[in-house]
Write a protein that binds this ligand. Structure first.
Ligand SMILES: NC(=O)c1ccc[n+]([C@@H]2O[C@H](COP(=O)([O-])OP(=O)(O)OC[C@H]3O[C@@H](n4cnc5c(N)ncnc54)[C@H](OP(=O)(O)O)[C@@H]3O)[C@@H](O)[C@H]2O)c1
Length: 338
């Protein structure tokens, strides 16, 4: 009989997570009770924020419990429903975690219309990462025509969308990413004005100065650390800095100390603001409508890096910290069957 394959977090990573922090188990597939739905996972999402939840530290979301299934975004199909809201074959989105089947209460999932867009986009450009780019850039960054927008982590799920929205708003866009393939994709496929490979640049500040002759008006920060130090040294008066992520610091065992940036913010009357996408929950519909239109009109292109096989989930997650993904990292777990 088919089993439910699950991945548990069994120890809290010290530094960079390893496969030993996780355990693969098989359990019986549960039957749904009244008001519940049984879902087969089709695609699951691996995201950098999950690293934070693997630590025991308090944050904006509670830490993962040890010996529990790792929670995260899933697109799946309903295989059995005991709820009037869903029927067999419906495609749904939910925070269902790293497992091949889930039984959940119907109010924990939402329906996806597979005729509107490929179902994988619900985990990327038309999901959490697209909305993060949209609200961080437009609400905090507020790019204006002719201004210079710099984005780090530019060839990842969020960064790629940030750069393209900034282009729609008429800005000069400069991306920072970690491989020649990524640099070529940003400039040749997505229309970025310039892109810098931080792994091969001898002096990233000099490269940025060349790419941003008029300074930096908006810096969308996905990575933190020394890359952000270099960008922040070039900001203009009135610069805006949406603080989205700090992936270069997530695996550090000791707090990192960099330049003290308050004077730089002060003398430039600059705004740096951290945000979590859920801060904008009440405006998701508005963001989604714009993103869907831009994707449909071809103004935003999206890229997905899809690894096949549930057994490769942990590798896919670890790959985020090695820059293995171009675009949104997903794992394909099963084919749609209904
Ligand atoms: N605030 C929010 O609500 C929110 C929501 C979603 C995501 N985020 C944050 O946004 C950032 C991007 O997330 P994403 O989902 O779009 O991930 P992603 O960019 O698709 O994947 C992570 C990328 O980060 C880069 N990276 C890894 N280690 C790095 C390091 N030490 N220094 C510089 N770059 C490094 C890698 O690309 P390279 O090849 O370029 O190194 C990797 O491909 C993350 O920091 C994430 O935590 C925040």
């Amino acid at each position: 009989m088919e089993k439910n394959k699950q991945i548990l977090l069994v120890s809290r990573p010290k530094g960079t997570p390893t496969i030993e922090n996780f355990k693969f188990i098989e359990t019986d597939i549960k039957a749904p009770a009244d008001g519940e739905v049984l879902i087969r996972t089709l695609y699951l999402s691996v995201d950098p924020y999950m690293r934070g939840r693997m630590s025991g530290r308090k944050s904006y979301v509670p830490p993962y419990e040890l010996n529990e299934v790792v929670q995260g975004g899933v697109v799946g199909e309903v295989v059995e429903s005991k709820s009037g809201q869903f029927k067999k074959g419906d495609i749904v989105l939910g925070n269902l975690g790293w497992q091949t089947y889930s039984v959940v209460s119907a109010d924990r999932i939402g329906k996806i219309d597979p005729d509107l867009a490929p179902i994988t986009t619900a985990l990327g450009v038309l999901g959490m990462t697209g909305l993060t780019a949209y609200f961080g850039l437009l609400d905090i960054g507020q790019p204006k025509e002719g201004e210079t927008v710099v984005v780090s982590g530019a060839a990842g799920a969020v960064g790629m969308v940030v750069g393209q929205i900034a282009k729609i708003k008429g800005a000069r866009v400069v991306g920072i990413a970690g491989s020649e393939e990524k640099i070529a994709y940003l400039t040749e496929e997505l229309g970025f004005d310039a892109a810098i490979n931080y792994k091969t640049a001898d002096n990233i500040k000099e490269k940025l100065q060349e790419a941003c002759p008029n300074g930096v008006d908006v810096y969308f920060d996905n990575v933190g650390g020394s890359i952000s130090d270099a960008v922040l040294s070039l900001i203009n008066k009135g610069a805006r800095i949406p603080l989205c992520g700090q992936i270069s610091l997530y695996n550090l065992e000791k707090a990192d100390v960099g330049p003290r940036i308050q004077t730089q913010l002060l003398i430039n009357s600059a705004l740096m603001k951290g945000f979590i996408v859920s801060d904008y929950q009440e405006r998701f519909k508005e963001g989604m409508a714009d993103l869907a239109k831009w994707v449909k009109d071809g103004k935003i292109k999206y890229k997905e890096n899809i690894i096949e096989g549930f057994e490769n989930t942990v590798e896919a997650f670890l790959g985020l910290f090695k820059g293995e993904n171009l675009g949104k990292q997903l794992v394909k777990v099963a084919e749609r069957s209904l």
